[in-house]
Design a binder for this molecule. Structure first.
Ligand SMILES: [Zn+2]
Length: 274
């Protein structure tokens, strides 16, 4: 049986672990720290066979060397020679088969230029369960591991790309099936939703989500994964067509007649100061 669990790291990172409870094979996504992963694997007596990397930031890659010294794990990641320890470089359109499941590679630059995402259309559909997480959906739901590109209720900061590039990458993710579960790498959700509400105070789906995600946090549970359908209904960075949101961006920027691209650039900048 396949299981997905979040391994908390640093203050607010999630290192996602997918493992097979019979074969004891495991993969992790973006191990920024090794120790929490080593502890987790040991507790569950798992063997780390694969590591997936989404981008080069230290809080996603710094555990690589230590994990490779403990396990003979094969490491997959973007074509960035500055990341030490990648065995297989991936590009858009590549497909890899791990733990009897397939992962399609999407290039989603903007937060960084090297950023990729891993989309599994049918993650070992026969028997997947999630633990420690509520509302994680049906076994055969598609799933995407998207690092710091699309967050629950928000999106990553622009460190290396530009707004148009990030917006295009988010649009690519938004075209995945609406039932896709979104596994991002940080627990930023409540702060993201507070910003979203400032932009779209009349969005009732957003109000419902804030209540639901607040009670998850109060119970000590992750708000991740979310679903793409929920993101489309509530995430301002996927909603630059919303008249209310455009009005908010126009008021903030003192400009009028903003198109979708302008609106995205304004709110991405606004979020940095919110
Ligand atoms: Zn990052």
């Amino acid at each position: 049986m396949l299981t997905i669990e979040a391994i908390p790291a640093f203050d607010d990172n999630y290192i996602w672990c997918v493992y097979h409870s019979v074969s004891k094979q495991a993969l992790v996504v973006d191990p920024g720290e090794a120790q929490p992963v080593l502890d987790f694997l040991q507790q569950r007596q798992l063997n780390l066979s694969h590591i997936l990397i989404t981008h080069h930031h230290y809080d996603h890659v710094n555990g690589l060397a230590l994990l490779k010294s403990h396990y003979h794990a094969q490491v997959y990641g973007p074509h960035n020679p500055f990341i030490n320890g990648i065995d297989y470089y991936l590009k858009a359109g590549d497909r890899i088969e791990l733990l009897n499941s397939s992962f399609e590679i999407l290039e989603v630059p903007g937060h960084t230029l090297d950023h990729i995402a891993y989309f599994s259309p049918d993650l070992n559909s026969s028997d997947l369960k999630s633990t420690g997480l509520k509302n994680t959906g049906q076994p055969n739901q598609p799933r995407v591991f998207c690092g710091d590109t699309l967050f629950a209720g928000g999106c990553g900061r622009i460190f290396e790309g530009n707004p148009a590039m990030l917006q295009q990458s988010l649009a690519q993710l938004a075209q995945l099936p609406a039932e896709t579960l979104v596994y991002c790498a940080h627990e930023y959700t409540l702060a993201n939703l507070a910003f979203a509400q400032a932009l779209e105070p009349s969005n009732s789906a957003l109000e419902v989500r804030i209540v639901a995600d607040s009670s998850k946090r109060q119970a000590g549970q992750p708000t991740v994964p979310s679903s793409l359908a929920l993101e489309l209904a509530t995430n301002p960075f996927l909603r630059c067509q919303s008249p209310e949101l455009i009005r908010s961006a126009e008021q903030y920027s003192g400009r009028s007649g903003l198109n979708r691209g302008d609106t995205f650039a304004v709110i991405r900048d606004w979020k940095n100061h919110f």
